[in-house]
Write a protein that binds this ligand. Structure first.
Ligand code: E4P
Length: 217
């Protein structure tokens, strides 16, 4: 299971990268805006740090302009995955850029039918948004499951990049379903280490060690 970090904050990426937890990074215009930095500059800095795919999203809405923006983003580094929205124009841009040999992440996927179109357009990654479906009382994990079944039925090579992850349970559930990649905020990935019984057990061990005067160095 590959871990991408969903952020444009360099420090978040660095912390997880030092532990070997970062297989890639995803950004979107909202995350770039939140960082307050120039998109080309921040994406370059991320690519200098991370070897895996770094998704950088276009802001144009027509196919020709998306392709132009995508090519500009691709100049930054060889590990750029151009992120395009799942619109008809986004699919056209996906086809052109993947035919040219580039990685494309098709984002804002909310249905299995959209995921089929992305695979047929040659997408490297499809990004179904779990949390935003949960927000409207649908089940985002059902979508991941449906896409997994369909992609396996037809041996589509597009990787399922589960996005809009809000909780640690989303991550283990995606693992059970067989999503190829999850992208999550650094805080959610770090929270995977937490367990109340770990904290309780450690407190007990430390108390006993202190009582017995156990010293190692
Ligand atoms: C994915 O690529 C998106 O950047 C992200 O996961 C969206 O998450 P959100 O719904 O929490 O904004």
């Amino acid at each position: 299971m590959k871990f991408f970090v969903d952020t444009a904050e360099i420090q978040d990426i660095r912390d997880l990268h030092d532990l070997g937890m970062v297989d890639g990074v995803t950004t979107n215009p909202s995350l770039i805006a939140k960082s307050g930095r120039d998109i080309l500059e921040v994406i370059k800095e991320i690519c200098d740090l991370v070897d895996g795919p770094v998704s950088a999203e276009v802001v144009a809405t027509d196919a020709a302009a998306m392709i132009t923006e995508g090519r500009k983003l691709l100049e930054i580094a060889p590990n750029i995955a151009v992120k395009v929205p799942l619109t008809w124009d986004g699919l056209k841009a996906c086809k052109v850029l993947t035919d040219d040999g580039h990685m494309v992440n098709v984002t804002l996927c909310f249905s299995a039918n959209q995921a089929i179109l992305a695979a047929k357009a040659g997408a490297t990654f499809i990004s179904p948004f779990i949390g935003r479906l949960d927000d409207i009382n649908l089940d985002g994990l059902d979508l991941i499951e449906d896409i997994r079944t369909i992609y396996d039925n037809y041996c589509y090579e597009t990787q399922i990049l589960a996005a809009s992850i809000r909780s640690v349970n989303h991550i283990s559930d995606c693992g059970k379903i067989g999503a190829d990649v999850i992208t999550a905020p650094a805080a959610v990935i770090k929270a995977m280490a937490n367990h109340v019984l770990t904290d309780k057990g450690l407190a007990g061990f430390l108390k006993d060690a202190e009582k017995a005067g156990i010293k190692i160095v």
